[in-house]
Design a protein around this ligand. Sequence first.
Ligand SMILES: [Fe+2]
Length: 362
Amino acid sequence: MPLTYKHLTPEERAFFVEHGWLRVPNAIKPKYLEEWMSNLWVRLGWDPEDKSTWTEEYLKMPRHREVPTDEFCPEAWAKMCEIVGGEDKIDPVRERYYGDQMICNFGTEEMKGGTHDFRELKGWHTDNDWYRQFLDSSGNALTIIHCFTDIPANGGGTALCEDGIKHLCEQFYAHPEGIDPPFDSLNLYQHCKTECSKFAQIEAKAGDVFITHGMIPHAHTPNHLHYPRIITNPHVNLAEPFNLNRPDGDYTLCEQVILRALGRDSIPEYKPTRERLAFYPRTAFYKREKVRDELQRMIAHAESQGGSAADVDSVYLRGEEAILEHEKRNGYDKAFGPTGVAAQEKDQRPTYIPPAPRHVLV
Ligand SMILES: [Fe+2]
């Protein structure tokens, strides 16, 4: 059956295919903005009124709470489904819940009032720390940005490199054997600093959702306003690889972005030459290592209010069965990959393999 669109306007479809991203304003249900932001500072262990306690400029937190994707942001989810060709194309388990794994960009006093050049940003990348990537890989079909705070201009919003999609697709086309993350050693994103010129930077209101193509390079930018910029950054994973050779030409919008980048109508000759692999997300390790400290702070806070651990809403307090479900949804049930895991946020050592066969948290 040909693809049909009920939630995306022709303008939104054209914008996504041309730019590789789409803003869906005011799409997150307010109750989740409120509930999930309400204990941010308890989890951090910092004082929101005393910036001297904000000891890290930028950090990633683990996930304690999660709800089904269509419950969290129904209209944005409907648009995501249309972009990938329908809800039935989406992996029924993986990342089908959205959660509170906040990515916090605070900036510093020293960074206040500054500016930055997109080409000088250091962290250009695409999200893939959980599979061997090929041109047609759809594990990260869409990278989603959920905005939990307003993000003003110059306020540390994610930078997007629109014309970086082309070079990235060319490199994956040239590597049919697939590439295992991390990709640093291949300089896959060097073109964002040397050749690209079409950049955008996220500016948003709390509640906005940005749907971006998995192949668009992005980077975090300095927060020159020194305030808490809070987002989460989940993905849409498909059940099958992209189809870049459709005789009827009825490509999904996601596939159209890749074809457009390569200037092709179809790519019949592209065939992966190695097996597809999916593994434990290599950057999940250091985030999950923070679970214990956050739980301690949340329980201590509950007790200080006359409550107990029973008042803390975290999957990690709901028993082994709930944790195993959570692990399946997030790929934590998979074995460590060929390049191990990153033990710390800045740790890019490619072969760090922790001794345990599974990431044991307690
Ligand atoms: Fe990212």
